[in-house]
Write a protein that binds this ligand. Sequence first.
Ligand SMILES: Cc1cc2nc3c(=O)[nH]c(=O)nc-3n(C[C@H](O)[C@H](O)[C@H](O)COP(=O)(O)OP(=O)(O)OC[C@H]3O[C@@H](n4cnc5c(N)ncnc54)[C@H](O)[C@@H]3O)c2cc1C
Length: 429
Amino acid sequence: MSMYIIGAGVTGLAFASALGRGKVLESAPELGGKASSYHVHTAVGKFTFDIGGHWFHLQNAPKVMQLLDDLPLEKHVRQAFVYWDNKWFDFPIQQSYKAHPDHRLVDQIEYELTAITSEAATKSRGYLNYSDMLLHSYGPTLFECFFRDYNVKMFGVPNLSQIQIGQYEEVRNVRTNQSIEGYNHYFYYPRGELGASAIPLHLAQNKQIHFNSHVQSINLHKQTITINNQASPWKTIVSTMPLPKLIDMITDVDRDIVYLSQQLQSSKGLILNLGVKRNPMHVNKSWVYIPDLKYRFYRIGFYSNVESKMAPEGYSSMYVECSPLYFQNQKEALNLVPHVIKDLMDIGMIEDERDIITLRPIYLEHNYCLPNSKVTAHIQSYLRRHGIYSIGRYGSWHWSSQHEDMQQAITLAEELDAVSNFRDMLGVR
Ligand SMILES: Cc1cc2nc3c(=O)[nH]c(=O)nc-3n(C[C@H](O)[C@H](O)[C@H](O)COP(=O)(O)OP(=O)(O)OC[C@H]3O[C@@H](n4cnc5c(N)ncnc54)[C@H](O)[C@@H]3O)c2cc1C
């Protein structure tokens, strides 16, 4: 009986690489999942886009590094900025706010940050929720000026106290009493014109991937998996598809598990990839943060500032991450595009609509998974008891990055390998 790996994104491929066996099923005709890239050929030349910035944060992941051994990855120092109060500041704002011309505001922020730093030196604090974490990391003034609205826009959740603190939320936020560099001070990106997809392409070398293989249903008791209308027996399944989708397709799943999985929420996403004539505002920016609610995006980045081969000379290949506060579904998301273009012109990222060479919106049903640790732990242990392992950002339902997903895949491969060796030793199959 077989081991099936559902999904040829970075997690499924890292798992297959680390274990060295398993049948990889991918419903799409191509590799990469969210970490895929594509080219657009235009009259001025070729643009390359990812699905939003896919910068690789390899910190503390030596085993992941080993899997990527001879892949040419370039190390970059982030050039990130914040557009706040119609002015540009260096990122992170908790360091650069002093450049604000309002001295009373600066003094107030400084006073609050000092109080937080001295409190943190004397006692450690658990956070009640996301809002509490931001408030007690940066103080009420910076919270109001930047952190609240930026995060409300990013998650599309007006009340941040409804968001729980999971495994990664604190890592994504740099507190003032810690290293100011944060998790993304430097990052890696594949050299050349393949974009982020160079990573899944590298992991897929010498592997047989079954493309256009859509998993439709799984039965726990008969241990059958139905792929493109054909049922086959399975022994172990490693899934990287979104966890609620996996639960939906298990035909004989317990009802309380269905109930739990219905509580899992995520934000939707709209990424607008643009090939545009380069203007001075684009220069020396990896990405920028925009907290102001009047703009319908929260982050903008430039692929071609990181890898120049991703746009023809004199042009930029850029992405705009639009806020799910302004749409509920794909149709509404696409209707937002003309407004987003107008907002980009307002802040000077595009000078003239005629400078746009190509415009590619990508709608995402799942972007940020809102953590719900108790629910996911319960579902995961149920699945494990039946021989199903659900991993990766969407399989685990948490806010991980690619290297964390790959590390999770490697750890699971080591665990399953050890179990298999033990069974061999005992002669149990
Ligand atoms: C907009 C955006 C920006 C991001 N930026 C970064 C960044 O800068 N740095 C970073 O490290 N990470 C970033 N991430 C996170 C990163 O994309 C994920 O951590 C990673 O790609 C998850 O990989 P995965 O293989 O677990 O899932 P996925 O990439 O989602 O792959 C799952 C695969 O399963 C397949 N599948 C689903 N259902 C079925 C089925 N029924 N049958 C067969 N196959 C199926 C899908 O087609 C897909 O290929 C970003 C994510 C998004 C959305």
